[in-house]
Design a protein around this ligand. Structure first.
Ligand SMILES: [Zn+2]
Length: 242
């Protein structure tokens, strides 16, 4: 990783460059949710050609950075205390922390509350227990949706294998071997958004790129996916606070 700085008007935006085996001819620019910028470049690209490529998209970068910073300014870090709101399938629940002297039972949902027992009472302990709950419930929900969608998508013969993986800037991905990888935070999003991500990744079983044929498939099978995608883009704070 090397440090670079993009100058655009009065703005000075530092960015990190990594060299990626997967990139062949062009650089890829990512604006992270906190407004930091990462650039993936093909091996062998000179510093100058990277600077030029980023400079060409300066206006885009500056726009996205200021948008991300503005959003990030409103994000309060989670404290893991009773009364805080937690999300599941797009609905808000209230976190209830229950101290216990014995072995804590796994977290569970009761009515509109998500109850987390803790013996240690530390923020870390509550966080770990809450995450475990999301993983168990998430794996269950997602595997049922993947099974159901696999039946309705004509190019999918059988439900693909899937696993959960925390990612800082992606809701999901599809490996070249056909494994679907889903960000466990996705189960906080509404059902239609989850379906969009699952259909998107399963469409990559047929088309590995984001070419015209890929989007045709999405148009035909993912209903009002633009709305879902727009909603997901706005949920990026979920990835930041948890
Ligand atoms: Zn994709």
């Amino acid at each position: 990783m090397t440090g670079f700085v993009l100058a655009y008007g009065d703005d000075r935006i530092p960015y990190q460059v990594s060299y990626a085996d997967s990139r062949k001819s062009r650089v890829a620019i990512h604006v992270n949710p906190d407004g930091s910028v990462a650039v993936d470049a093909p091996h062998g690209f000179s510093d100058d050609s990277i600077r030029q490529a980023v400079q060409k998209r300066a206006r885009w970068v500056v726009g996205h950075v200021s948008e991300a910073r503005e959003r990030y300014a409103h994000v309060r870090p989670r404290e893991y205390v009773s009364g805080e709101q937690v999300l599941y399938l797009g609905r808000r629940y209230m976190l209830k922390v229950i101290p216990t002297d014995s072995t804590p039972a796994p977290a569970r949902m009761r009515g509109n509350r998500l109850e987390v027992q803790t013996a240690k009472g530390t923020e870390d302990d509550i966080k770990v227990r809450l995450r475990a709950w999301y993983r168990v419930r998430g794996r269950d929900y997602l595997s049922r949706r993947i099974d159901a969608l696999a039946k309705s998508l004509p190019w999918v013969d059988a439900p693909p294998p899937f696993r959960l993986l925390e990612m800082s800037r992606q809701w999901g991905s599809c490996s070249p071997s056909g494994e679907i990888i889903i960000n466990p935070h996705l189960v906080k999003a509404p059902r239609n958004c989850i379906d969009y991500v699952l259909i998107h990744e399963m469409a990559h079983l047929k088309h590995h790129d984001h070419g015209t044929a890929f989007w045709k498939l999405i148009d035909a099978h993912a209903g009002d996916w633009r709305k879902a995608k727009y909603h997901l883009d706005g949920l990026v704070e979920i990835l930041l606070t948890d």
